[in-house]
Design a protein around this ligand. Sequence first.
Ligand code: P6P
Length: 354
Amino acid sequence: MQGIKTLGQFIIEKQNDFPYAKGELSRLLRDIGIAAKIVNREVNKAGLADILGSAGTTNIQGEGQQKLDVFANTQFISALTSGGECCIVATEEEDEFVPIDSPVSKNAKYIVCIDPLDGSSNIDVNVAVGTIFSIYRRKSVDGVATLQDVLQKGTQQVAAGYVIYGSSTMMVYTTGKGVNGFTLDPSIGEFCLSHPDMKIPQNGNIYSINEGNYVHFPTGVKKYIKFAQEEDAGSNRPYTSRYIGSMVGDIHRNLIKGGIYIYPTTASSPNGKLRLLYECNPMAFIIEQAGGVASDGFNRILDIEPTELHQRTSIFIGSPDMVKVAEDFMVEFSSEKNNPLNHAINLNGTAVAS
Ligand code: P6P
């Protein structure tokens, strides 16, 4: 296969970036890739099989579970169990973390936090949905892994990625040495390297936010939205509003074209809607590795100390210059003046992560 590099070949090739790696992380990423291909098959035929619609159950978030939510959750847990490299799975679809207690997993050193199918309300209307995952090394050295092994800051991630089931299916991931994208070639059933060394544009003109919540947004967010809508040719405004109700889809587009995705506090989500461990941390790791930034409006997402499994946070994520302007509005118009931002745009406009 001239010129094609599969995900498996790439993972093994990059394994040398980790001199002490004995292949466990490589096998873990392979296991996630396998489950993603199985989920992709079901998502792609959702309109045909009796797999559309509600499962008739709700998750701890109080959200109605779609049949595909439950299917995807089962597939990822099954793949991670049989792969033997993971000792705990923390998933949006389970109230508590899932200990992986199988003969092959007893010495497993990795924790996986996952949103098996994000944006699943879009499935029935054929809009892109995604899987988001985050990988940590367990902190405890022996015995049974516990919740404390899961509640780690985003800076402790060893890998993070997402799968977008869209016009094509892609897997985008980082192990802390840049971001690479792989497109599934259905004719050979392999994810193939299609977007090497992905970088988010420093600036952009796309803003992604559910303006239906405008009335209850923090003042700083309202000010940013009005800023985005002003006429100013010099700064390429008014910006374009693009929001599809699927975090993976919106952030993937903004990663490629430049842009900002904002999910702030709202009346129904006073702490923000998106979950820190398996949505915001992985996306923040990926976007930072691609040259972007991610905060809660005041503090870097990756520095937030988790205290509970399904903890939520606001998120401002994307092109550094756009996020910085939004954060400036948040600081100027919010009571919360503490927590100076952990990053700044230096004089030549390059984001400088602390
Ligand atoms: P709203 C999907 O439920 C999700 O978690 C993200 O994928 C998406 O960006 C957001 O919530 C949509 O939420 O309140 O705008 O419908």
